[in-house]
Ligand binder design. Structure first.
Ligand code: 16G
Ligand code: MG
Length: 541
């Protein structure tokens, strides 16, 4: 077929370094930008095949999120704005790693296995972050799309969740929102203004934009908020380097303020990551101590708000909160015992949380690292809309339904979205009249510690029960159980990292000392029973 020959010839402009191998992981391909042109071109080709297979528009986002500026990466977005179907991750890997003379065969193989009809037309939306390499890499994606005869629309600089939104809008013929970045601003800001219209004025919010695209997009969106929220933006990209000493990942890992952030006592502050799909909040208390409000605290705030509205509206819709093993034990207890909501624990990785959240009428999911959103089932949305329209319903019920309706419009249901999450958090704090300290005080976190252990092959560790228990190597789980019994309110688990060549250890307990001691003793058990390399882990104190 001439089409393939043309694509293959064009691909010679983006030569693959011989023998270079990359894996499409949980967050797509990610590595040093210099190694990526051929991967980008080929992801353009794959997006065309995926579009033909689904008969829908597919998204391709060029970003490496919170990685250093020299890196880049690419993620594909499925028709409803979800992440690429898992079975296709393998095709992505196959295509990216095919040598030049095997490219046509690799394409043919996918086409055959998926029974793709090449006679239809394909449509791909492309977006990119602010990295210096992103523009030319985005061009490589677009060249890949054109090489297979697909139609490409370039949205330029957008946060990852905006591209998810745009793809979903396009494939729902505009029912999810207008198919433009303006449409995104409009949908979210109108919903925010509706929820907060009767709330008293608030202090401004300090936002660390990680020197990335989130800062640019928030700046562009702010006028649409019509003064209902004042944002003081730092790390807006005008001088600093992307993700350098700033951003959500930095703040979460360092447990400290990003560079450039002037935190007044008690002021609300938040940080986005480099592509605007993660957010964490923080503040400094009267004694100058730094406090982080991570994904667990965000999930608790949002689910409490929604649960109260559902109760006021008299709607019997099951609310579930999805967490991973990393969720602080106090958050789980608070949700189950005080809030009486169903909590489910799943494996680490956004797609697992997203998938589990779909099983509830209202599914709230957040990873502790700040990636998360809320999903409303179609039936739940329908019930809420009915009640909001029902003139005969009691005013309190109807008002609650109207607030829920605005919440549905405000939250980006396609994927975790720093701007949308931020606006929902700000709306909840405003409506409930909560300060950031009061939000933080909803429950007190158990002290916890995360450590890494180097082993010769981390695949010897196998886990079950949403990664909370190990099934191998022999004796490890028994050792961990025994250590957990040593301390009050103790819980710990270990799992092989999906992104780094290490085993991760998590421990929590009643005090800082016991949490640290437990983390160290569990690390030692891993080191001894799972083939530790290098020096034996040392106590933290
Ligand atoms: C990836 C995942 C994130 C997860 C992290 C765990 C996505 C988009 N990202 O970054 O959800 O928390 O991996 O890393 O799924 P680890 O396996 O190294 O602990
Ligand atoms: Mg990100």
């Amino acid at each position: 077929m001439a089409q393939f020959e043309a694509a293959s010839q064009k691909s010679a402009q983006y030569p693959k370094p011989a023998g270079f191998i990359l894996q499409y992981g949980t967050a797509g391909f990610r590595t040093n930008a210099k190694q990526l042109p051929h991967v980008m071109f080929r992801m353009g080709l794959l997006a065309v095949l995926r579009s033909l297979r689904t008969r829908a528009t597919i998204g391709v986002m060029v970003t490496a999120s919170h990685n250093p500026e020299e890196d880049n990466g690419v993620k594909l977005i499925d028709p409803m704005g979800e992440m690429l179907e898992m079975a296709w991750e393998a095709y992505a890997t196959q295509l990216a790693n095919a040598e030049q003379d095997g490219l046509v065969t690799a394409l043919r193989d996918i086409i055959e296995r998926e029974a793709i009809n090449m006679d239809h037309s394909a449509s791909v939306f492309v977006g990119r972050d602010t990295r210096p390499s992103s523009q030319s890499l985005s061009q490589a994606v677009q060249d890949g799309v054109s090489a297979l005869g697909g139609h490409c629309q370039d949205f330029g600089l957008v946060i990852t969740p905006q591209l998810h939104y745009l793809v979903c809008c396009q494939n729902t013929q505009g029912r999810y929102g207008d198919i433009s970045v303006e449409g995104y601003y409009k949908k979210l800001s109108e919903a925010f203004i509706k929820i907060t219209k009767n709330a008293p004025p608030r202090q401004p919010l300090r936002v660390d934009g990680a020197n990335g695209i989130g800062a640019l997009q928030l700046k562009a969106m702010e006028p649409h908020l019509q003064g209902q929220l004042t944002v003081l933006l730092t790390n807006d990209g005008s001088t600093g380097k992307l993700n350098h000493l700033c951003g959500a990942d930095y703040v979460k890992v360092q447990q400290g303020a990003p560079q450039g952030m002037e935190m007044g006592l008690g002021e609300r502050c938040c940080s986005f990551d480099g592509d605007g799909d993660r957010i964490v909040y923080y503040y400094k208390d009267d004694k100058g101590c730094f406090h982080l409000l991570d994904g667990d605290k965000i999930a608790t705030l949002i689910s409490t708000f929604i649960k109260e509205l559902l109760t006021k509206a008299g709607l019997d819709l099951q609310l579930g909160v999805i967490q991973t093993a990393y969720a602080n034990g106090s958050s789980t207890h608070y949700l189950e015992d005080s809030m009486k909501v169903t909590v489910r624990c799943v494996k680490t990785g956004v797609k697992h949380l997203h998938h589990a959240a779909l099983e509830f009428a209202v599914g709230v999911y957040f990873e502790a690292n700040g990636h998360g959103t809320v999903l409303f089932s179609k039936a739940a949305e329908e019930k809420i809309h009915q009640l909001a329209k029902d003139g005969s319903a009691a005013e309190e019920r109807r008002n609650a339904a109207l607030q829920l309706e605005s919440t549905i419009n405000l939250i980006n249901q396609t994927v975790g979205d720093a701007i949308s999450d931020m606006l929902l958090i700000e709306a909840v704090l405003a409506v409930k009249g909560l300060t950031v300290q009061q939000w933080d005080a909803i429950y007190t976190e158990l002290p916890n510690r995360q450590l890494k252990v180097k082993v010769s092959d981390r695949r010897v560790i196998n886990t079950t029960d949403a990664e909370r228990k190990t099934t191998s190597p022999a004796g490890l789980q028994e050792a961990i159980d025994e250590l957990n019994r040593k301390y009050r309110l103790a819980r710990s688990f270990v799992r092989p990292s999906g992104t780094e060549d290490v085993v991760r250890v998590y421990a929590e307990a009643e005090t800082r000392e016991t949490a640290d001691a437990l983390a160290h003793e569990v690390s030692l058990a891993v080191y001894r029973l799972a083939g530790g390399v290098g020096e034996e882990p040392k106590p933290l104190h």
